[in-house]
Design a protein around this ligand. Sequence first.
Ligand code: 8YV
Length: 323
Amino acid sequence: PQSRPRVFVTRQIPEKGLECLRQVAKVEVWPGDMPPNRDELLRHAEGCQGLLTLLSDRVDGELLDQVGPQLRVVCNYAVGFNNIDVAAAQQRGVAVGNTPDVLTDATADLAVTLLLAAARRLPEAIDQVRHGDWKTWEPLGLIGVDLTGKTLGIIGMGRIGLAVACRMHAGWSMDVLYTARSPKPEANQQVGGRHVDLDTLLANSDFISVHCPLSDETRGMLDAPQFAQMRSHVVLVNTARGEVIDQPALLKALTEKKIFAAGLDVTTPEPLPPEHPLVGLPQCVIAPHIGSASRDSREQMAMIAANNIIAGLNGRPLPHAVS
Ligand code: 8YV
């Protein structure tokens, strides 16, 4: 009988996905709490037919060559795939998949959570209670910004951007401006969203939420000149990729009170060291990249990844191939 194909999974993922993979393949899961380093990744991936990766695993020509010509499919356990050189994979006949849709709601929920927490200064408020600094009811203490009827700017009106816009439009009657490569009729239909250029969005938004993929085009897209255009009460949220924002420029904008607050689920680098100046800023709420960290999302991501890998091993088109 034909031997089973080998699949290397670079981190423990929900068991359901692994069980599904084990039906058809010999599955090796990286056992460490920390991701494999480059050498470990190269060594363990060698000879496998399927590779299930995370964002922290760089999949490039060197890795693909080292793994070998028997490799059929790589699937990222994420919707984003900026860690994968898709062209290099395609040149070698390797299919590339991702896990979209099932994390849209969870990530949009987190973006809203960060927006609200930053707008209402929740981390500072919690710190006060924890540290015994809640002395009295303060008429002028911990004043945040209002949300209802304000303008939300969505940078990158894809699935997650639209889910955030829907939440803020339905719950807080926000007007929606957005950037995207082309106008999105569904954004206009569902939230009355207006497609504008970045400068118009920056100058007219009270809240700005980043949802574009990381690419050469979007890297450092929000830098000092862009912060200079923002309103001083702006709350900026990023659940996309840290590198879309020039972090020193963000730090300066926050420190000099050019903007009101920021809520970040993604940073440069990740993890962000605790001594990084952004971590100490009360008006900056930082989460450790947990956008998709809900039970259903993570389980469904595992199932989609497993089904992608199985399709790839069988030479079938992936149900969720990257576009
Ligand atoms: C992932 C993400 O969970 O999907 C993405 O693009 O950023 C997160 O949902 C994380 O990147 C783990 O790979």
